[in-house]
Design a protein around this ligand. Structure first.
Ligand code: BG6
Length: 489
């Protein structure tokens, strides 16, 4: 970044700001990526001075012990305000005008919505009413050639997932956004798209000639995607209880992972080429009838979830979901995708496994074949890498077959894992590159699918199944895959 910029984080005292955005900005600063002049403003309800706010951020993340923190923290400011009251936004304008004056030009402004999603519409409304959405204040408008140019160039808006609560609210939010901003200004964030391992899926699939010929229903038996976290909801009870894992993780991260497997080769490695391919894959997921949800979707809640701070006493919010999905394209016709996400699982595993059709028995029937044959596993985290399970003859005089793994570890191959997802996405926003951000049509398709499921759940009479923390979820999740003669890996 050579030109100055300002990032306003709505929800500046929240979990996302504290644990992801600020540490990522700090890391970019240390790498020299933020240039000479930048300003970070946290916007939230609680009263803080600039110094108190910067202190709080440094304390929470323990970044203050880093020798560069003090220098970075000089660029941190705070604006107290309520999301639904204009006064805070007007005070924010005054602050921004001071920065513009200091620099002597219109500074690029990024408004980052890192609040719970039910605040989005109010924030958009006030960005519009205060004219913050239009960029620099009148005193500096002359700096740009025309208003049109100033709008596109000077203001960007980033919106965190979940983008809405269902199809209708997502559409409403999108409509509101597009009334206020041009599409080029809008960055719909799903940070999984910024992960090195997820970005690598396109390179892996389309830059290696050996995988594409077998990447279809002639060779693939089924696909498993696991998003398991050993942690619970931590201190995010209030937020999580209002959304559940379906909206928090499945509608976005899980479906994006699915899209990287199911998508066709993009027409070009360009913003729209890649977004088109992703959107088409999500659009092709077979819809689920709300009346038949229980046949292909399982939900669960970990034991004692309702005792967590911020969670309603009788909450029916799911902390686990497993889904059996199909992608109706010629490539994947009739290949089941089993995808699951859960909190308080036995360990953290976020990975995609492509399980190939087993043909070992054609030649080796009487010698015994391993139950599962070739599996290609893409480990998103931890221990980022790719593993191919192959069948091999076990050493010895007798013929006996076993399975062995060919392993590629990012860490071993490349030393470090590149940059963090939020660092990558923030850099892309500053550069104006939207490739790794959601377009509204892909969100609409994913919400169409998920809204049907949510509707089905609403009409279910039985309470949510409970699972023991530290297990792989409710018993029904096992049945979901085992009734098809397969097993979770
Ligand atoms: C967030 C979800 O989007 O992703 C969290 O809100 C989840 O519930 C997190 O824990 C996982 O992200 P990461 O990068 O830690 O794998």
């Amino acid at each position: 970044m050579n030109s100055p910029f300002v990032t306003v984080i709505f929800g500046g005292t929240g979990d996302l700001a504290q644990h992801k955005l600020i540490p990522s900005l700090f890391s970019l600063f240390k790498q020299g990526e933020l240039g000479q002049e930048f300003f970070i403003i946290g916007f939230a309800r609680r009263p803080f001075t600039d110094t108190e706010y910067a202190h709080m951020l440094g304390d929470v993340t323990e970044l203050h012990s880093d020798s560069k923190w003090a220098e970075f923290a000089k660029n941190i400011y705070y604006q107290q305000g309520l999301f639904d009251e204009l006064a805070g936004y007007e005070a924010l304008i005054r602050k921004l005008n001071v920065f513009d004056k200091k620099i002597g030009a219109c500074i690029t402004r990024l408004f980052y919505l890192a609040t719970p999603p039910d605040n989005y519409l109010a924030i958009l409304e006030n960005l519009k009413n205060s004219k913050l959405s239009e960029g620099c204040g009148p005193a500096f408008a002359k700096v740009t050639a025309s208003k049109q140019e100033s709008v596109g160039k000077w203001v960007r808006i980033a919106i965190e997932k979940p983008f809405g609560r269902d199809l209708d609210t997502a559409k409403e939010l999108d409509m509101r956004l597009s009334e206020i901003f041009e599409e080029e200004q809008i960055y719909r964030v799903d940070h999984y798209l910024g992960k090195e391992t997820v970005q690598n899926m396109i390179a892996f699939r389309f830059a290696n000639n050996i995988f594409e010929p077998v990447w279809n229903n002639n060779y693939i038996d089924h696909v498993q995607i696991t998003f398991a976290q050993d942690e619970g909801i931590e201190k995010r009870g209030k937020f999580f209880d209002g959304v559940g894992i379906m909206r928090d993780v499945a509608q976005n991260h899980l479906l994006q992972l699915l899209a990287t497997v199911a998508m066709e080769q993009p027409a070009s490695f360009s913003k729209e080429g890649v977004r088109d391919a992703r959107a088409e894959a999500i659009k092709a997921i077979r819809p689920i009838d709300p009346n038949e949800v229980s046949q292909s979707i399982v939900r669960g809640q970990y034991k004692d979830y309702t005792a967590e701070a911020g969670v309603a006493e009788n909450s029916q919010t799911e902390t686990y979901v497993a889904m059996k999905l199909f992608v109706d394209t010629p490539r994947f016709q009739d290949v089941p995708f089993y995808v699951r996400a859960g909190k308080k699982m036995p360990k953290e595993v976020i990975e995609i496994s492509i399980v190939f059709i087993q043909t070992c028995h054609l030649l080796f029937k009487e010698y015994g074949c391993p139950e599962i044959g070739n599996v290609l596993t893409i480990r998103i985290q931890p221990d980022e890498g790719i593993k191919l399970r192959v069948i091999a003859k076990q050493p010895g005089g007798k013929v006996a077959l076993g399975a062995v793994d060919m392993n590629f570890s990012y860490h071993q191959a490349f030393g470090n894992h590149g940059i963090d997802a939020y660092e990558k996405l923030l850099m892309d926003i500053f550069k104006g590159d939207q490739m790794l951000f959601n377009r509204s049509d892909e969100l609409e398709s994913s919400w169409k699918l998920i809204s049907h499921i949510l509707k089905g759940w609403e009409s279910e009479k039985s309470g949510i199944p409970v699972y023991e923390p530290g297990t792989w979820g409710p018993e029904l999740a096992k049945k979901l895959i085992e009734k098809d003669g397969k097993k979770w890996l």
